[in-house]
Each structure stands twice: as C-alpha cells, then as structure tokens.
Design a protein around this ligand. Structure first.
Ligand SMILES: [Zn+2]
Length: 64
C-alpha cells in the first residue's frame, strides 16, 4: 500500500451555460418584459401559466 491517495482526473470540458436567445420578450401580447437569456420559459414571471400541484386532503363542502 502506498502512502499517497490517488484520485481520478476530472473528465470532460467545461460546458458553456445554456442560452435561449437574447432579447426575447414575454409571450403575452400586452407585455414587453424582457426575458433573461437563461430563462427558457416563454412568459415573464407575471404571465407564466400557474399550475397548482395536486393537494392532499379532501374537498370540504361549502356551507353558507
Ligand atoms: Zn409578461
């Protein structure tokens, strides 16, 4: 057994960060918000379609 600990060299080059195009605008027609080139969505934060994940529990019947 050697006294030194050997490691493996890191493989692969450094990948460039993803870009989705510069100067893109929110897909909403009335919105001119520019999107980050690192944001892959088509809408700005305000117009992004909201999806609520399924929530546990049961629906309580409304009582008036
Ligand atoms: Zn927008």
């Amino acid at each position: 057994m050697a006294d030194t600990l050997k490691g493996n060299k890191l493989r692969g080059g450094v990948r460039p960060s993803r870009k989705f195009g510069e100067g893109r605008v929110c897909a909403d027609q009335n919105c001119n918000t520019f999107l980050s080139q690192y944001n892959r969505r088509e809408h700005c934060f305000a117009h992004a379609p909201v999806r609520f994940p399924r929530v546990r529990g049961r629906v309580v019947a409304e009582s008036t």
